[in-house]
Structures are given as C-alpha cells and as structure tokens.
Design a binder for this molecule. Structure first.
Ligand code: GAL
Length: 870
C-alpha cells in the first residue's frame, strides 16, 4: 500500500515517476554489491510471528520456476498477497536487535547443550540452531538505477528463507544449502528499501551440524533488464587435440522488461588468461563466435557459440598437473551500448571415466580424497574464505587431491579455491530424498523442490573445472526396494540434461550389485562396502563382475575414529578393530585411542582400506570419512559436541592418522612419525606399543639407545609396529630406510614439567589483510624448559590482543570441551590450543596476540596487517 504512494512498480524494472521507458536499457554494465554488512538480527526459540513456510508455500514455490523444465508444472503466484507482517515493515523499530554482518551463524557461539536428552543433541552438535530468526537491513537504490532490474542473490541461508521488501512478500527458498536469486524489481523503489528475511530451523532437521542463519554471502545485482541470466553461462571443453582446444559455450540471455519493443542484442565473449596472482583477466587468447538475437520482453534465449584456444594451458589436479584457469568476459550490446558484462571463470581440461579410474587430460589420477562437511570448526557454518582455503591446503600437504562435499552443496567460494589449488571435487547435493533420516530433514520438501534444487545446483557449479563428479544422494533409504531406482533415474536424468559431460554417482552403503538402483548411477560409489563389511557382504570384485566397464570408487571409506594425542591401553594387535568401551574407547572421558586402529562397526582402519585398494587396483580411489573433524555426529560418544572421524581435529591440529595418509599419498615427503608420546609415569615396566608412520620400507626403533628390532613393511601392511616395547622414560628414536638408503629419522622424548608457552602462526601466514574477513590461526604449545611439547598438558591458556585485532574463537580439538567457542580462555588439549584472530576492518599496523597460563612463561606473536587492504 504505502509503497505505491511513492513509487510505481512497472513489471520487472524499477521506475520513478515520470516513468522511464521500460524497454530502455540502463546505461553501463552490471553492479554486484555486497550486502554482507549492516544487518539487524533477532532470534526466537518459538516463533514470534504468524508466518511459516507451510502458510506461505504458494507464494514461495514460484521462486523455483526458472529451474522447472516443464512449464506446465511451474508455479503461479496467488492473486492475493500474504497478510502483513510487522517485522517486514519499514517503520518497524529494530534498534534493539543485534547488529551483525553476514556470513553469520547464530548458533555457533553456543552455549552447548549438555546431557542425554538435550534439546539439540550430539548429532547436531549441541548448539542452539533451532528457532525462528529475522534479519533486516536497508538497501539503497539510486535514481540512476531507474529502469534496471534488481536482484537479491543469497548464496546460503539456513533454512526456509523467506524474503520481503518494503513490507511486500518477494519469495524464498527452503533448502538451506542452496544458492538462489530473487527478483526485487517489482517491489523496489528509488531511495531506501527495507529488506527483511525470515529463517526457520527445526530440531532434528539434520544428522550433523547444519549451522543457522545467513551463513554465506549476500549480493545485490543491479543490471539492465537485458542481461545474462543467473548462473547463465556454461563453458565446456569439447576436445583438446594437438596444440589447440575446442570450446563450447551456452549463454542464457534474459529480457526482464515486461513490455516494450523486442531488443536486438549482440552477444560476444572474449577469453583471457586468468592471472592467479592478481585475480584478474590478463592476456586475451581467443573469442567465442558472436551471436545476434532478438529478445522480446519477458523472454529468455540460450545462445550457443564455439571458440578455439591455441596452445591451451590445461587445468589439472596438483601435484602431477597445474590448475591453469581462464576467464570469459561476455558482453551484451544493444546498438553501440554495452548493457551487460558478465565474467565466467573456467578451465580447459578433459575427463574420462574408465573402468580402471579417472583420467584427467589423459592421465590417470588416483583419487586420494576426503569427505568434508561444510562447517569450519569453531567458526561454525559462517563461510570464511581463508578458513576454507587453509583446510584444503593442509589436506593437500597430506597428499589429498580430491574432496567430496558431503552431503550438500558447498559455498561457491570453496569451489573457486579448489579450482585454484587444483583439487578434484565430487559435488554432492542431497543426504535424503523422499524417505527421512531424521524427522525434520529434507524429505519434507523433496517432492516440491528436488528439481529446482538439482538444476540450480548444477547450473551454479558446472563451470568449475575442479568439479569432476556429481553426486545426487548419500546412503538414501531408497537404495533398496520401493521406487528407489525410479527416483534415482529421474535425478540422474536431470543431471544429464543439465550437464552431459560429467558422470554421476550416489554414495551407496546398502545397494548391492544386483539391485536395480546400482545400475542407474554412472559411477559405482561405495560407502564402506568396497573393503568389505564382513558376513558375506559384497566387495569390490562383486561390483566389478556385475559392472565391468563402470568406474568404481569408495565415496566413503574408513570412518576411523580417534582423539588427538590420546592413547588407550591395552592396544589391539589386529590391524582394524571395531571401537567399543573396552577396545579403543574410554567411556569415562569419552576419548578414542589415537593408535589409529579403531573404526565404527561399519568402517575399517586406514590400513585395511589401503590393503583392499592394493588388492583391487582397478578401483579409482577413495574419499576418507573425514578430512577434518566437524561439529556434530560425535560417534561413539553422543554426549560430546564434535566428531572423532577427522584426520585433522576440529582446531586444525593433525592427528597421528595424518602421517599414515601422508606416507601413502605424498610418499616423497621424507618423514617418520612416532606414536604414542612418551610421558607415561604410571606405565614404567608395562607393555606400551610403538607405531611409526612413514613412506620408508624399513625401520629400526631404539629406546634409550637399545634397539627394539628392525621392521620391514610386509605386503598389505602400512605401518611399522613394535608391540612389545616395555615403557621406561627417556627417548624413543626411529631410523628409517627406503630402498636400502637412509630415509628419515624421528625422536620422541619424555618431557619435563610444563614451564613455558610457545606461540606460532600455525600452518598460516603472519601477515593478514584488514578486510573484515581474513584470519590468522595462532597456535599455543605448552612446553617444558627444552621446548618439547608437554603432551598431557591441560593447562588453561588465556588469549588477549593488543592493537586493532580481535580473537574470534578459540579451540583445542577436544570433542568433549563444552566451553563456548568465542571464549578467550581455552584449556590446552594434548598440549595445544588455538586462537583465531581477525584484524579490525580497515585498520593498519600490528596486532600482538598474547597467551598466558598460570605459572608458565607467556608467549606472544605479532601479526602484521598487510598494506593492500581492501
Ligand atoms: C555414513 C554417512 C556419513 C557419516 C558416516 C559416519 O554412513 O554417510 O554421513 O554419518 O557414516 O561413519
């Protein structure tokens, strides 16, 4: 009502009186403005309003229309408008609400719920994700924007997002992992516009921590009504032969004007080398064929074009290949005027999916992958480029070359980082279909939303060269019986329509070789089945016999569990053991032994998985469950708050397993890693096995100079182990050889009492940007006088900063630690603690981070704020 007094909404173009001609293109190319700052936020555990997704569903569903192929099935917005909601009104006073910037995760600051019947239990991380929240901010539209289309682009909001502008309902998108665009144009006016977003998270909506809030970036796109559609370009490598590459491109052009003349549009695209140092396009190396189209108001058209690039620099995974990138700049011209300019980063590469594995640019790449959930440890789900980049860098150090985004679409930026680092991505969208895993999960909306979610996901991600496999499900209940294969076929066919160049998979823990379901997917993706789960269950050869030409890999392997630096006795002599309270696990403190032999009942130790892979070399590789620990799913101790599965703990400290994988995956690293630590005052005279992880083939262990024997790695064994070592304090030393030559040596000593703290920027840089987002990861080690880390220290470390910085969170990787993540005080765990530090936006100078602990010499680290502040 009010809005009509001050502005006139004219179809899909903003107008001010006097009304601009609706078919007049705005001048200048598009603007993409960050809407990340300046929000007001409030959350309630019970709904404060009279709205809900089910009440407004008829108004929300039309937001999916661009992604529903059969136009007869698209949704029509009801002719009536939903009732007014106070929180959406421009004159609502939100000054008492919290001021926040996004990406924002309202739950991660805690407090943690404790106890057996908590509102949010271990599975979802014991954090307060539940409830309804509203976010409000104003959006300014300039007079010069008259005649433009204005879009709100939300990269991720958890969940059931519904959006109002100036009190009027715009649309929404329920799936919390989806990125989506809403057209604000009909509701916008020149001047200040009130944006209001409602989110709603139920308890029991996920098997793991989903996060809560607008946890990814938000953008305002202002563009001529004649523009490249949302995620509207797609570039593929048709062939690479000799010294040139043939590329195909489709560009979807939209004319959002609702009336006026047909527009005559020229579509041209130039190709540039992407300069990774500057993040810019540099040398022009080619162009796509130019097209001319006539586009009537309210219509869309897809243009096909081709290009040849001479001497292409191919994109390939590290370390065997290089991740070279290009950028295509598409320009739409009406007459002489450029009305839109749109950039698409891409890579030139070929992928073949063969019975014996994946080939990138003709070269077989063994998949040394991990599964990763989307949370970033103590930062929660709120996406942060540096935290995500660091996760992938550490995995790469270990020799990891592939990641499965279990079990949901990642942020856009994660795929950008994977493109730049040269990591092969398995991009996965769903954990459930029609059948539920927990009572409020995605199955509630699957029937209405699967098509739009799947098509928008593929269109969003298909230009990333890192993405080599699509997964449209994980361990769905539909694997066996019912109409599971029909649903699988429907989803697979959608993927093929959107992208016939890549193969599909589903993580199957249950479907056997003879189930109809298994035949539907292109790649046989096995969760734990490959290495064998006992009792006659199918293994790799059974699937190979049935599908001789399909690629096979382990979408999930191992599910080994451990708590960093914690060793529990006695140690099993077997090479893979199911964890229990009496084997590997300690129910009193809820820790699991880091001898790295223990796994969940459906899993296996890394060693057992490696042996299966070596026996069946046609297998394309594995994705270990998981690379990093994540919030939630603390199997086997539900009272804890975070997982035990990670090779790296929640704070980013490697567990012993890191070195077991590194030895196999990155075998040129001259490394030998000894476990356990050697501080066992109560074990003198007791058997205390010693294991060593190394790429060496022979090793000799010495305890206080006395040889404990020479070990050679036998076939299908992946560690050196001395199971009969009798503990005495002192020094363990291992000397290793490879091919008869000295390889690497390592020493572990019994330490003295803790006397000092040591600070370092842990696997990170000491210079950070003051852009409001960049981070530094400062680690503290509790050390004795010699500087050796005291492995059982649990002293409380207090962090403080001087200068223009702040401590964002702290952590120690202990899955049982219930102190909220933002606390500046953190107990050391296994002698280590971490603080994540950010520079205040726009600041300059230095930040001193100080760590103190009672009775110990304090430590500090000085961070420089880089000059190239943005
Ligand atoms: C799998 C599941 C994963 C995770 C894992 C833990 O069955 O797909 O999401 O729960 O088990 O072992």
């Amino acid at each position: 009502m009010f809005a009509l007094l001050t502005f006139i909404a004219v179809g899909n173009a903003i107008a001010i009186a006097p009304v601009a001609r609706r078919d007049t293109p705005a001048s200048g190319p598009r603007e993409r403005l960050s809407l990340n700052s300046g929000w007001r936020f409030k959350r309630w555990t019970t709904s404060p309003d009279d709205v809900s997704y089910s009440k407004l569903k008829s108004w929300v569903l039309p937001s999916a229309n661009d992604f529903i192929k059969d136009t007869a099935k698209q949704f029509r917005r009801p002719s009536s408008e939903p009732a007014n909601v106070t929180f959406t009104q421009p004159d609502f006073d939100d000054k008492s609400w919290e001021q926040v910037d996004v990406p924002h995760d309202w739950a991660v600051k805690g407090p943690f719920y404790s106890g057996a019947n908590a509102v949010v239990g271990g599975g979802m991380g014991r954090l307060p994700i539940q409830g309804v929240a509203w976010y409000r901010r104003s959006v300014s539209i300039e007079a010069a924007d008259a005649g433009k289309s204005v879009f709100l682009d939300i990269d991720g909001a958890m969940s059931y997002a519904m959006v109002w502008l100036n009190g009027r309902f715009v649309g929404g998108w329920p799936y919390g992992y989806a990125s989506f665009r809403l057209d604000l144009t009909p509701y916008a006016r020149v001047g200040s516009n009130q944006l209001a977003i409602r989110l709603d998270n139920a308890v029991d909506s996920s098997r793991f921590y989903p996060g809560a809030g607008i946890y990814r970036n938000v953008w305002l796109t202002k563009v001529s009504p004649q523009h490249v559609a949302y995620d509207g370009t797609w570039i593929t490598t048709k062939s690479v032969s000799g010294q040139s590459a043939a590329l195909d491109m489709t560009t979807t052009v939209e004319n959002a004007a609702l009336a006026g003349n047909t527009s005559e549009i020229e579509v041209s695209t130039d190709i540039y080398v992407w300069d990774s140092a500057s993040g810019e396009s540099s040398t022009k190396v080619g162009q796509f064929s130019t097209a001319r189209i006539s586009l009537s108001p309210g219509s869309k058209q897809t243009v096909n074009s081709t290009a040849t690039v001479q001497n292409p620099r191919l994109w390939g995974p590290k370390p065997s290949q290089q991740p070279n990138l290009y950028v295509a700049v598409t320009r739409l011209r009406i007459g002489e005027q450029v009305v839109d300019e749109y950039r698409t980063r891409f890579g030139i590469r070929t992928v073949q999916y063969a019975a014996d594995g994946i080939k990138v640019n003709g070269q077989r790449v063994y998949i040394q992958g991990v599964n990763q959930h989307h949370d970033l440890g103590s930062l929660g789900a709120a996406f942060n480029v540096r935290a995500a980049e660091r996760q992938l860098e550490m995995l790469q150090d270990m020799g990891c070359n592939a990641v499965r985004t279990s079990h949901n679409p990642p942020s856009r930026e994660l795929l950008d980082i994977a493109d730049e680092l040269g990591i092969l991505m398995l991009d996965e969208i769903f954990d459930t279909w029609n059948s539920r895993k927990v009572r409020n999960d995605f199955h509630l909306i699957f029937p209405d939303w699967y098509e739009a979610d799947l098509r928008s996901f593929i269109r969003r991600d298909r230009n990333h060269p890192s993405v080599v496999v699509w997964s449209f499900g994980n361990e769905v209940a539909e694997q066996r019986g019912g109409n599971g294969d029909a649903t699988a076929r429907r989803l697979r066919d959608i993927v093929r329509e959107e992208d016939p160049t890549r193969q599909t998979t589903v993580g199957m823990n249950n479907a056997g070789p003879n189930d109809a379901f298994t035949g539907v997917v292109d790649i046989i993706g096995l969760n734990y089945q490959g290495e064998g789960r006992g009792s006659g269950a199918a293994t790799f050869p059974d699937f190979r016999a049935k599908f001789p030409s399909k690629m096979i890999f382990s979408t999930e392997s191992s599910s080994g569990i451990s708590t960093r630096g914690t060793y529990i006795f006695p140690v099993s002599g077997a090479s893979s053991v199911t964890v229990s309270d009496s084997q590997g696990g300690d129910p009193r403190n809820r820790y699991v032994s880091a001898y790295e032999l223990y796994a969940v009942s459906w899993g296996a130790s890394p060693d057992k998985v490696f042996a299966a892979q070596d026996r069946y070399p046609y297998v394309a590789g594995e994705y270990v469950w998981t690379g990093w620990d994540y919030i939630g799913e603390p199997t086997p101790y539900d009272l804890s708050r975070s997982s035990y599965f990670g090779i790296i703990d929640l704070a980013g400290f490697p567990k012993d397993r890191f070195y077991l994988y590194q030895a196999r995956w990155n075998p040129t690293v001259r490394m030998a890693h000894i476990l356990p630590h050697w501080n066992w005052p109560n074990r003198t005279g007791e058997t205390t096995p010693v294991h060593v992880f190394s790429a060496a083939d022979q090793a000799e262990l010495f305890l206080n100079g006395v040889s404990q024997g020479v070990q050679k790695k036998a076939q299908y064994t992946y560690r050196f182990r001395w199971d009969k070592v009798v503990y005495q304090p002192g020094e363990l030393r291992v000397v290793t050889y490879k091919g008869g030559s000295p390889w690497a040596n390592a020493t572990v000593r019994t330490t003295g009492e803790a006397s000092q703290l040591r600070a370092a920027t842990y696997r990170d840089r000491q210079s950070i940007k003051a852009d409001g987002s960049d981070l530094s990861f400062v680690s503290i080690s509790v050390c004795d006088q010699k500087g050796d880390v005291v492995p059982q220290s649990a002293t409380t470390v207090s962090f403080s900063v001087q200068g223009p910085g702040e401590i964002v969170t702290t952590d120690n990787g202990d899955p049982t630690d219930m102190v909220p993540f933002p606390s500046p005080e953190r107990k050391a765990f296994g002698g280590l603690a971490l603080a994540i530090v950010r520079a205040k936006k726009g600041s300059t100078g230095k930040i001193t981070v100080t760590a103190t602990a009672k009775g110990l010499q304090p430590a500090e680290v000085v961070l420089e704020i880089a000059n190239n502040v943005t």
